[in-house]
Design a protein around this ligand. Structure first.
Ligand code: X8Z
Ligand code: ZN
Length: 609
């Protein structure tokens, strides 16, 4: 992700050359390059990436925290230059394809080839045109505002409204107006795809989808099969959840708004993109005598954005990790500045690969932001742990690891933990009979998310492969969302709609498979950590808060960065070399059993087309 790291590239630098990737042979007249030359090439590349990356990061920071004509200009220039540099290095790396060399140098060359999110072709002007498009898309998204009831709202404010708004007409209005901000993107996006596909082909990949899928230390087709396997493990659970939630929405809103059969109306789920549904747990239940509402608890205590961030930091320091530096508090953007446009979407930054860590958020005080603060700090603690690795190894074991650390931390925020840190009173501690209510709230966020993440990437892979053409962009988007998630838009979509662009990661070209993988991995990390801590109770009640032995083992995995194929890193912390949904299944098993009972006799499908 562009803004996540010191350079646009480093987070996605991963993996071995894909089996299908071709490399061009050196011209026959030139002498074959040597291993020493490969080593020297890599060292020079790392120096250039480090210097240029630091410059790019500062430019990107100023743009993201103050969007205006001049910062757009700077951002676009830096982006184009960064793309040209990385394309030059990626093409240069291909020269050493047939040279015998130490494994570490080979790995770095492979990472160099995969170091771009959107590769541009080498012809003059291509990187520039691409940077113009990406900057325009980014600014259109981040400066989007809509008018509701005579007042202007930004996206972060609309998200807050949707968390609690229960009037279906007003919900549909907010949803429809926000999605309209993406309409101007509809002509830019096909051109972006065209240029980046051309760039991917020049680097030896058939298209951008295969290029992205080559980042996982295995051939892209194999990675696709892994994704299908993981989804297959959780799909039955999602179908039960969908069925139960649909019934509750039908009971709440009636047949005219939400029918009892078929797909769910996407705007009714408490989230602009129907990606996480935890905000409608008041509608879904199940009722429990004693449970708590984290948003209300935080608000009742007048928690500030700084305090929320300190709560997050405290979890990591309790594991024995160092406090964040003073500059983190001086330089981070925690809340929306009063008088300027910014990129509100949360991100974590490492500007110098030393100690200049920051987060950039527009914090509103609620449970979602509690989760996001932990998420972002997970990125920062990962970045700090691998800062002594060589430049090309400074990244997550794969991008899903980077996204999973902070979510793993937040899984530890159990009621018992909240009592320990003084957020809840002992008397508010939910008893065992509240387990299903607690698990439901988690399932609405964690399980509902999986088919959303999959839909995002299924759409993009189809677009990158040319199977979805511009004329079908929007209809294919809704076909895919309906098939995987079982959701439909509240109203017929206009002919010029470009609904995918209303989601940050499409407008900003951040791959999304990472979040799907992270949902699975975070439960593997959590179960492993709880095992290390000797926890014997129900998995979802475990917290490793304060356990420095777990912290040391976690940090050992983080310190590896991407110096080794990801199964090595996974093994270092969990003892297994496979991504696997069974920790997630195990965590939610009591709720699954309960849901199956509740849904007995119901028709739990939504015709997928
Ligand atoms: O984009 C994010 C993070 C930044 S890496 C806030 N997330 C995804 C999203 O918001 O769509 C975290 C969960 C999924
Ligand atoms: Zn993230």
């Amino acid at each position: 992700m562009k803004s996540l790291l010191k350079s646009a590239a480093s987070l996605i630098v991963l993996g071995f050359i894909a089996a299908c990737a071709t490399t061009s042979a050196p011209p026959s007249a030139a002498p074959a390059p040597t291993a020493q030359e490969a080593q020297a090439f890599v060292e020079a590349a790392e120096r250039e990436l480090a210097t240029q990356g630091e410059f790019e990061a500062h430019t990107a920071w100023v743009y993201a925290t103050y969007i205006n004509h001049d910062t757009e200009w700077l951002q676009q220039r830096a982006d184009a230059a960064g793309t040209e540099m990385r394309v030059r290095l990626a093409s240069g790396a291909a020269r050493f394809a047939d040279v015998e060399m130490p494994a570490e140098v080979r790995r770095k060359l492979n990472l160099l080839r995969l170091a771009l999110t959107l590769p541009a072709p080498g012809r003059p002007g291509a990187a520039d045109e691409l940077a113009q498009i990406t900057t325009r898309l980014s600014s259109t998204y981040s400066t989007g505002r809509i008018s509701v009831g005579g007042r202007e709202y930004r996206l972060d404010e609309l998200e807050s409204l949707l968390r609690t708004e229960r009037n279906p007409a007003r919900i549909a209005e907010i949803w429809t107006k926000w999605h309209a901000i993406a309409t101007p993107m509809r002509n830019d996006y096909p051109r972006l795809v065209e240029i980046a596909n051309e760039g991917a082909r020049e680097l030896g990949y058939p298209n951008l989808a295969d290029y992205w899928l080559s980042n996982y230390d295995m051939p892209p087709q194999e990675m696709s099969r892994e994704v299908d396997r993981l989804w297959g493990q959780m799909q039955p659970f999602y179908e039960q959840l969908h069925c139960y939630v649909r019934g509750k929405l039908n009971a709440r809103y009636g047949d005219a708004v939400q029918p009892a059969t078929g797909p769910i109306r996407a705007d009714l789920l408490g989230n602009m993109w129907a990606q996480e549904w935890g905000n409608i747990s008041d509608i879904v239940g199940p009722p429990s005598r004693r449970t708590y509402d984290l948003s209300r608890t935080l608000q009742a205590r007048n928690t500030t954005a700084v305090q929320l961030t300190e709560i997050g930091e405290r979890f990591y320091t309790s594991l024995g990790l160092a406090e964040l530096p003073d500059t983190f508090w001086e330089r981070s953007q925690l809340v929306h500045p009063r008088d300027r446009d910014v990129v509100c979407h949360a991100s974590a930054w490492d500007l110098d690969s030393k100690d200049d860590l920051r987060i950039k958020m527009c914090i509103n005080i609620d449970a979602d932001n509690f989760q996001t603060v932990h998420h972002e700090l997970g990125h920062n603690y990962y970045q700090r742990a691998y800062k002594n690795q060589p430049t090309l190894f400074q990244g997550g074991a794969h991008d899903g690891f980077h996204e999973a650390i902070g979510d793993f931390a937040a899984l530890n925020a159990t009621p018992e933990y909240l009592v320990r840190i003084g957020m809840l009173r002992q008397a508010q501690l939910p008893s065992a009979d509240a387990d299903n209510a607690l698990l439901m709230r988690q399932a609405l966020d964690k399980i509902a998310f999986l088919p959303f993440a999959l839909s995002m990437e299924q759409w993009r892979w189809g677009v990158f492969r040319g199977e979805i053409t511009p004329a079908n962009y929007n209809s294919a988007w809704w076909q895919i969302r309906r098939r995987y998630q079982g959701v439909v838009p509240p109203t017929e979509r206009p002919a010029d709609a470009f609904d995918p662009g209303a989601k940050y990661h499409i407008a900003n070209n951040v791959s999304y498979l990472r979040y799907f993988l992270a949902r699975v991995l975070q439960f593997q990390f959590y179960e492993a950590a709880c095992r290390q801590a000797g926890w014997e109770g129900p998995l979802h009640r475990c917290t490793v808060y304060g356990n420095t032995e777990v912290g040391a083992r976690l940090n050992a995995m983080l310190e590896m960065g991407q110096s080794r194929p990801w199964p090595d890193a996974l093994e270092a912390f969990t003892g297994t070399r496979q991504m696997d949904g069974s920790s997630m299944v195990h965590y939610f098993q009591p709720l699954m059993t309960w849901l199956e009972e509740q849904n007995r006799g119901k028709q739990c499908t939504w015709s997928p087309t």
